[in-house]
Every structure is written in structure tokens, then in C-alpha cells.
Design a protein around this ligand. Structure first.
Ligand code: KIV
Ligand code: ZN
Length: 522
């Protein structure tokens, strides 16, 4: 890389983002997101953790095969078996990368129970092993920001000598602050022998809400790779949000003169797509991609905006791919108009998919006078949730509710192609419906979250319902949209159950690396 102010964007939506409890994506969804990331100009895509499961391995391999421009990276713990499996998956890419890591802070060193010297030796051996397989190796000292300075400098030097080409400095628990983040990178570059020959990366978590600020500060300190996810998706409070760092560098180029290769007009579409497939809705006031990010409702703001948009806007909606129009569609709109509108919103559909969506669009337009962009996005989200995981389907639902208890639900579910019917009671129509689902499909998953949002205004608005359920440590989310809130609730619940069935079949990561030598190959 010749331009010293060029910052590489490393997207880990499909790895660190997908690791977020309940954010599991299907194989096809991962491939689609990877393609969108590649097309928007992401430099490195961390496609998954190949040893975690056969599904992860297949996803990373297939993303590697389809990749056009981006480097495709896979994650591996510090043992030969992980690294070999990672290489088997990423080697299909034109530009593969192995990313290997180990926790170096005192707390993390205690987990494999290694002394400092033993860990240093392991880092040397595993980075060397990775480098013998692949020219492009990234190494991360997990929990770097809570690692003693002397030890961090020592192991970074070892990794560089062993052949790492990128050194990533993770703030794994979102503990650092901007000044410290900049100083740490600056000091590593100044004091570690060989630091000038590698790229330093910053990987921040958002536990204190400082991930974006910490990542940008690290760039000031000399980092030239930012690790981030779309919508800031990720465990706990998430990762640095790609759209935030990219737009901050663009809008405040005057004080942060760094560039990225991102086509920012593709931000909105990929944000919506990630929200849809991950089941993690974007909060309305989220910077850059939230529904309200460019909405000006107060009278003073509206007046100022009409006089000159720059009064209240530091970037234009179209810079992030937000179209000015919120074209209304109705029951007379045709297939071509629907296709064009969906394409605008980032959904490029094959003919058979369009036919299905068109039928659902017509049904919605019959119930709702005007169909807005947000309705279409909700419709697509619903389509995605009902399409892939369909062992259980809602066939019929009628509820009795009102001031007189008991409320009851008469429900028919199709389970593995066979219809099952029951009437159940509950404390309100949603409770009665969920009880009916549970009676027809017994399970011990418990409901952690039940959320309802109105997609647009008006009493005929669609409701989107999200549910999160947990069973034996597996967390899944389900969602659905309908003009009938109880129907949307039933479908969201069933969607989560279908995802749970898929998760039950997925194997867990081979977590026991302590019992085997880290040099055992896969
Ligand atoms: O947060 C973290 O430390 C990570 C590492 C695996 C890089 O995600
Ligand atoms: Zn992380």
C-alpha cells in the first residue's frame, strides 16, 4: 500500500457480528452479504470461523470462491488444527488471509493456564505455521488493551518476526478510551522492532459507547486498518460500526485526512439487508443508518432545512444511499414498479422470488391503502423469515380478546407437512397464541424478548414483531410483519422455533484445545 493515509476497512459482520447471540444467518444470506461487502469496496472480509462448525467452514469456502476484489479472511485460535481448517476454507480466494489470535491479558492467559513464556512460544509456532500456509497472516492479542505493556510489546514483536503481516490490537471488552487507544498504537509502532513492516489494525467493542471514537483515535495513532461491522452488529454492545467510521472520515476529512475505498452510497442497502437477515433491527436514532438519522421533525429544523439543508445536515442523505422519495405504492401498482422499487431498496429479486413477493404485496395493498418503502422492507423481512426455515408454519389463527377473560386462540400449525389444531387460553391474545404454539410444538425454550414496532403511521400500519428465545444456551431471534399484530406475533414465534431447530442440528465449536497439543494438525 503506497498511500500512507489510506485506511483499510476490515468487515467482520459475518464473524464477530454473527457471533452475537441470536444473529445466526443462513449460508445463502452470508454469501449475499459477502457479495454486497465486496461490491461496496470493503478491503478485507472476515467471513467466519471455519473450525466452529461444518456450516461455518462451507460458508467461508464459498465466500472465498465467489470473492472478486476483497481479501477473504478466516479466524483461527492459536493451534495448528484451527489454522489448517481455516486455510482449507480461505485458500479458494484470490486473496486469502489467515487470522489467528490468543488472549494475552492476565485474565485470558489463565484460561489455557500458560505462563508468559509458554504463550510466547505458542504465538511464535502458530504464526509461523500460518505463514507457511499463507502469505497474508493477521495476528491478534485478544484483550490487548488489558495486557501489560511489556508483555504486549514482546508478543507483538514475536508475531512480526514469525511472519505476521497485520497486527490487530483488539479492545475485546470495550474498555479503552480515545487517548489511550491512540497512544497504544503510537507506542507500539514507535517501540516494537519491525513495526514499520506491518499494518496495525484496531478492533473495538462498544461496551462504553466509544468504539467509533476509539477506532478513529487509533487511526490518528497510526493504525491503517479498522475492524468493524455493518450496523455495529456484534456481541454485547457490538463492534465499531462500519458506516460510522467511514462517514466520519469522509465528513471530517478536514481534520482526519484519511481515505477508505468504500462506496458510501451502498451503505443504506447493506444496512437494511444485515438488519433483515440478522434479525437485529437498527435503532431509530442510530447514527447514519437509523430511520430518524435524516428526519427533521421539529418546526425550527424543518424551516431551517427548507431554507438551506446545510443548516442542519452535515452530510446529504444520498451520500449514504438514501433516496429522497418515499414513493407510495398501492393496489394498482404493477409487477415492474414493485421490482424497480425493491431494486432501489437493495433487493434484487429473481423472477420466481418476485412472483411470491408480488402476491404478498397485493394482499398487503388490499388491507392497507398506501404501501410505503418501510412496508416493503418489512415485507421482505417477513419473506426472508418464512422462506428458509419452514418446518413449522402458521396456517390458521383466530383469537377472541377484549375486556372479558379468558382470551383464547384457535390455532392450526402445519408441522412437517401435517396440520395440527388446538384452542388455548392465556392472559391476552398474544399469550393465548403463544400457549397454543407451545401446546402444538412442545419445547423448553424460554422467551427472552417480545417486541412490537409499527412500521409506519396509522391504525392500518403493519406491525413488525421480534422475539428472542433461549434453549440450553442457544439463542435465536424470529421476526415477522403483518397488519394484524397477533398474526405477526404468532409468525415471529414460529420463525424463532424454526431457527432453533436448525441451531439444534449445528455442532458447537471444538472448544477443548487444552487437552490436545496445539501442534496437533487437523
Ligand atoms: O474482540 C476480539 O478480541 C476479537 C478477536 C478474536 C480479534 O474478536
Ligand atoms: Zn471482537
Amino acid at each position: 500500500m503506497t498511500d500512507k493515509n489510506r485506511v483499510l476497512i476490515f468487515d467482520t459482520t459475518l464473524r464477530d457480528g454473527e457471533q452475537s447471540p441470536g444473529a445466526t444467518m443462513t449460508h445463502d444470506e452470508k454469501l449475499e452479504i459477502a457479495q454486497m461487502l465486496d461490491e461496496m469496496g470493503v478491503d478485507i472480509i472476515e467471513a467466519g470461523f471455519p473450525i466452529a462448525s461444518d456450516g461455518d467452514f462451507e460458508a467461508v469456502s464459498d465466500i472465498a470462491k465467489q470473492s472478486k476484489n476483497a481479501v477473504i479472511c478466516g479466524l483461527a485460535r492459536a493451534n495448528y488444527k484451527d489454522i489448517d481448517r481455516c486455510w482449507e476454507a480461505v485458500k479458494h480466494a484470490a486473496k486469502p488471509r489467515i487470522h489467528t489470535f490468543i488472549g494475552t491479558s492476565p485474565l485470558h492467559r489463565a484460561i489455557p493456564n500458560l505462563t508468559k513464556d509458554e504463550m510466547a512460544e505458542r504465538i511464535h509456532d502458530t504464526v509461523t505455521h500460518a505463514r507457511n500456509l499463507c502469505d497474508n497472516v493477521q495476528w491478534s492479542p485478544m484483550d490487548a488493551t488489558r495486557t501489560e505493556w511489556d508483555y504486549l510489546a514482546r508478543v507483538v514483536e514475536i508475531a512480526i518476526k514469525a511472519g505476521a503481516t497485520t497486527i490487530n490490537i483488539p479492545d475485546t471488552v470495550g474498555y479503552t478510551a480515545p487517548n489511550e487507544s491512540a497512544d497504544l498504537i503510537r507506542r507500539l509502532i514507535a517501540e516494537v522492532p519491525g513495526a514499520d513492516d506491518v499494518i496495525f489494525a484496531t478492533h473495538c467493542h462498544n461496551d462504553l459507547g466509544m468504539a467509533t471514537a476509539n477506532a478513529l483515535a487509533a487511526v490518528e495513532g497510526g493504525a491503517r486498518q479498522i475492524e468493524c461491522t455493518i450496523n455495529g452488529l456484534g456481541e454485547r454492545a457490538g463492534n465499531t460500526a462500519l458506516e460510522e467510521v467511514v462517514m466520519a472520515l469522509k465528513v471530517r476529512h478536514d481534520i482526519m485526512p484519511y481515505t477508505t475505498g468504500i462506496d458510501t452510497t451502498k451503505i443504506m442497502n447493506i444496512s437494511r439487508r444485515v438488519a433483515t437477515v440478522s434479525g437485529f433491527a437498527v435503532q431509530f436514532n442510530k447514527a447514519i443508518v437509523g430511520k430518524n438519522a435524516f428526519a427533521h421533525e421539529s418546526g425550527i429544523h424543518q424551516d431551517g432545512m427548507l431554507k438551506n439543508p446545510e443548516n442542519f445536515e452535515i452530510m446529504r442523505p444520498e451520500d449514504v444511499g438514501l433516496k429522497e422519495t418515499n414513493l407510495v405504492m398501492g393496489k394498482h401498482s404493477g409487477r415492474a414498479a414493485l421490482r424497480a422499487k425493491l431494486k432501489d431498496l437493495g433487493f434484487d429479486l429473481a423472477d420466481n422470488q418476485l412472483n411470491d413477493v408480488f402476491v404478498r404485496f397485493k394482499a398487503l395493498a388490499d388491507r392497507k391503502k398506501e404501501v410505503f418503502e418501510d412496508d416493503l422492507i418489512a415485507l421482505m423481512r417477513d419473506q426472508a423469515s418464512g422462506e428458509v426455515y419452514d418446518r413449522i408454519q402458521v396456517k390458521f389463527l383466530r383469537v377472541i380478546c377484549g375486556t372479558e377473560a379468558p382470551q383464547s386462540a384457535d390455532l392450526t400449525l402445519t408441522i412437517d407437512g401435517k396440520d395440527h389444531q388446538i384452542t388455548a387460553q392465556g392472559d391476552g391474545p398474544v399469550d393465548a397464541t403463544f400457549n397454543a404454539v407451545k401446546a402444538l410444538f412442545p419445547h423448553h425454550a424460554h422467551l427472552q424478548l417480545y417486541q412490537v414496532h409499527a412500521v409506519t403511521e396509522g391504525t392500518d400500519a403493519q406491525a413488525t414483531v421480534s422475539v428472542r428465545m433461549e434453549e440450553d444456551g442457544r439463542i435465536v431471534t424470529g421476526q415477522s410483519a403483518d397488519t394484524d399484530t397477533v398474526v405477526a406475533s404468532a409468525k415471529a414465534y414460529v420463525n424463532a422455533l424454526n431457527r432453533l431447530l436448525v441451531r439444534r442440528e449445528k455442532s458447537d465449536p471444538d472448544s477443548d484445545v487444552k487437552s490436545v497439543s496445539y501442534k496437533d494438525a487437523g
